[in-house]
Design a binder for this molecule. Structure first.
Ligand SMILES: [Zn+2]
Length: 172
Protein backbone atom coordinates (compact mmCIF):
# COMPACT_ATOMS: atom_id res chain seq x y z
CA UNK A 1 0.00 0.00 0.00
CA UNK A 2 1.35 3.44 -0.82
CA UNK A 3 1.76 5.60 2.26
CA UNK A 4 0.05 8.93 2.73
CA UNK A 5 2.32 10.33 0.07
CA UNK A 6 2.88 14.04 -0.04
CA UNK A 7 5.64 15.14 -2.29
CA UNK A 8 7.52 18.23 -1.22
CA UNK A 9 10.64 20.07 -2.18
CA UNK A 10 13.51 21.02 0.02
CA UNK A 11 16.81 22.35 -1.10
CA UNK A 12 19.45 24.10 0.97
CA UNK A 13 20.03 26.64 -1.78
CA UNK A 14 16.59 27.35 -3.14
CA UNK A 15 13.28 27.68 -1.31
CA UNK A 16 10.23 25.93 -2.70
CA UNK A 17 8.54 27.99 -5.39
CA UNK A 18 4.95 27.83 -6.59
CA UNK A 19 6.15 25.98 -9.68
CA UNK A 20 7.85 23.36 -7.50
CA UNK A 21 4.61 22.93 -5.59
CA UNK A 22 2.76 22.34 -8.87
CA UNK A 23 5.31 19.66 -9.77
CA UNK A 24 4.80 18.04 -6.39
CA UNK A 25 1.05 17.87 -7.03
CA UNK A 26 1.74 16.34 -10.42
CA UNK A 27 3.97 13.66 -8.91
CA UNK A 28 1.29 12.77 -6.39
CA UNK A 29 -1.47 12.79 -9.04
CA UNK A 30 0.54 10.56 -11.33
CA UNK A 31 1.42 8.23 -8.50
CA UNK A 32 -2.24 7.92 -7.51
CA UNK A 33 -3.52 7.38 -11.04
CA UNK A 34 -0.81 5.16 -12.57
CA UNK A 35 1.49 3.88 -9.81
CA UNK A 36 -0.92 3.26 -6.93
CA UNK A 37 0.60 -0.22 -6.43
CA UNK A 38 4.10 1.20 -5.95
CA UNK A 39 4.87 1.80 -2.26
CA UNK A 40 6.90 4.76 -1.08
CA UNK A 41 9.10 3.51 1.73
CA UNK A 42 11.01 6.80 1.83
CA UNK A 43 10.24 10.49 1.32
CA UNK A 44 9.91 11.67 -2.26
CA UNK A 45 10.74 15.29 -3.00
CA UNK A 46 10.54 17.10 -6.30
CA UNK A 47 11.20 20.46 -7.87
CA UNK A 48 13.00 22.36 -10.56
CA UNK A 49 16.77 22.25 -10.24
CA UNK A 50 19.95 22.88 -12.11
CA UNK A 51 19.69 24.18 -15.71
CA UNK A 52 21.40 21.19 -17.33
CA UNK A 53 22.39 21.49 -20.97
CA UNK A 54 20.97 18.13 -22.04
CA UNK A 55 19.32 16.32 -19.19
CA UNK A 56 15.60 16.95 -18.68
CA UNK A 57 15.16 15.16 -15.39
CA UNK A 58 16.96 13.15 -12.78
CA UNK A 59 16.09 10.84 -9.91
CA UNK A 60 18.50 10.16 -7.10
CA UNK A 61 18.41 8.89 -3.55
CA UNK A 62 20.14 10.33 -0.51
CA UNK A 63 23.03 8.28 0.93
CA UNK A 64 20.95 7.22 3.94
CA UNK A 65 18.09 6.17 1.64
CA UNK A 66 15.65 8.41 3.48
CA UNK A 67 14.87 10.68 0.57
CA UNK A 68 14.45 10.30 -3.16
CA UNK A 69 14.66 13.45 -5.22
CA UNK A 70 13.03 13.88 -8.62
CA UNK A 71 14.51 16.98 -10.20
CA UNK A 72 13.40 18.62 -13.42
CA UNK A 73 15.76 20.82 -15.40
CA UNK A 74 15.26 24.39 -14.17
CA UNK A 75 15.04 25.59 -17.77
CA UNK A 76 11.73 23.71 -18.03
CA UNK A 77 10.16 26.09 -15.50
CA UNK A 78 8.50 27.98 -18.31
CA UNK A 79 4.81 28.56 -19.05
CA UNK A 80 5.21 27.33 -22.64
CA UNK A 81 6.15 23.81 -21.53
CA UNK A 82 3.04 21.62 -21.87
CA UNK A 83 1.86 19.68 -18.84
CA UNK A 84 2.27 16.44 -20.79
CA UNK A 85 6.03 17.05 -20.94
CA UNK A 86 6.24 17.28 -17.16
CA UNK A 87 4.07 14.16 -16.95
CA UNK A 88 6.37 12.32 -19.37
CA UNK A 89 9.54 13.19 -17.45
CA UNK A 90 8.05 12.49 -14.04
CA UNK A 91 6.50 9.21 -15.21
CA UNK A 92 9.90 8.09 -16.51
CA UNK A 93 11.51 8.85 -13.15
CA UNK A 94 8.75 7.14 -11.17
CA UNK A 95 9.31 4.01 -13.28
CA UNK A 96 12.95 4.07 -12.15
CA UNK A 97 11.71 4.32 -8.57
CA UNK A 98 9.25 1.46 -9.06
CA UNK A 99 12.00 -0.70 -10.58
CA UNK A 100 14.31 -0.10 -7.62
CA UNK A 101 16.57 2.59 -9.00
CA UNK A 102 17.11 5.58 -6.70
CA UNK A 103 14.58 3.99 -4.38
CA UNK A 104 14.62 1.50 -1.50
CA UNK A 105 12.52 -0.96 -3.54
CA UNK A 106 14.09 -4.18 -4.91
CA UNK A 107 15.77 -3.88 -8.30
CA UNK A 108 13.75 -5.27 -11.18
CA UNK A 109 16.77 -5.53 -13.48
CA UNK A 110 20.50 -4.88 -13.44
CA UNK A 111 20.55 -1.62 -15.39
CA UNK A 112 17.93 1.11 -15.21
CA UNK A 113 17.38 1.30 -18.97
CA UNK A 114 18.17 -2.32 -19.88
CA UNK A 115 16.16 -3.78 -22.80
CA UNK A 116 13.65 -0.96 -22.93
CA UNK A 117 12.57 -1.72 -19.36
CA UNK A 118 11.33 1.81 -18.81
CA UNK A 119 9.38 1.94 -22.08
CA UNK A 120 7.77 -1.42 -21.36
CA UNK A 121 6.72 -0.34 -17.90
CA UNK A 122 5.31 2.97 -19.16
CA UNK A 123 3.32 1.15 -21.82
CA UNK A 124 2.03 -1.39 -19.28
CA UNK A 125 0.76 1.47 -17.15
CA UNK A 126 -0.96 3.28 -20.01
CA UNK A 127 1.74 5.93 -20.27
CA UNK A 128 3.41 4.76 -23.47
CA UNK A 129 2.26 7.80 -25.44
CA UNK A 130 4.10 10.14 -23.07
CA UNK A 131 7.43 8.83 -24.35
CA UNK A 132 6.63 9.66 -27.96
CA UNK A 133 5.41 13.12 -26.98
CA UNK A 134 8.61 13.76 -25.05
CA UNK A 135 10.80 12.55 -27.91
CA UNK A 136 9.05 14.80 -30.41
CA UNK A 137 9.08 17.80 -28.09
CA UNK A 138 12.73 17.18 -27.23
CA UNK A 139 13.65 17.30 -30.89
CA UNK A 140 11.33 20.07 -32.10
CA UNK A 141 10.89 22.52 -29.22
CA UNK A 142 13.47 21.96 -26.51
CA UNK A 143 16.58 23.28 -28.32
CA UNK A 144 15.01 26.71 -28.95
CA UNK A 145 13.47 26.87 -25.47
CA UNK A 146 16.82 26.01 -23.91
CA UNK A 147 18.60 28.72 -25.92
CA UNK A 148 15.95 31.31 -25.01
CA UNK A 149 15.99 30.39 -21.32
CA UNK A 150 19.78 30.46 -21.13
CA UNK A 151 19.88 33.86 -22.83
CA UNK A 152 17.25 35.19 -20.41
CA UNK A 153 19.27 33.91 -17.45
CA UNK A 154 22.39 35.66 -18.72
CA UNK A 155 20.45 38.92 -18.99
CA UNK A 156 18.99 38.54 -15.50
CA UNK A 157 22.42 37.86 -14.03
CA UNK A 158 24.11 40.83 -15.70
CA UNK A 159 23.37 43.45 -12.97
CA UNK A 160 24.90 41.17 -10.35
CA UNK A 161 28.05 40.77 -12.41
CA UNK A 162 28.28 44.53 -12.94
CA UNK A 163 27.61 45.49 -9.34
CA UNK A 164 31.22 45.32 -8.06
CA UNK A 165 32.40 47.58 -10.91
CA UNK A 166 29.72 50.14 -10.09
CA UNK A 167 30.80 50.11 -6.44
CA UNK A 168 34.43 50.53 -7.44
CA UNK A 169 33.42 53.42 -9.74
CA UNK A 170 31.73 55.21 -6.85
CA UNK A 171 34.83 54.87 -4.75
CA UNK A 172 37.08 56.57 -7.27
ZN1 LIG B 1 15.97 7.12 -17.15
Amino acid sequence: MPGPAMTTWHSPTQPMQASDARLACLVDDLWRTHFADVPRPNAVVTGFGYPWQWRLGRIRMSLDGGTTEITLNGLLDDPTVPREIYVAIIAHEIVHYAQGFASPLPRAQRHAHADGAVSRELARRGLGATEGALLAWGADVWPALRARQLAARRTRRAPLVLAPCAVAGNMV
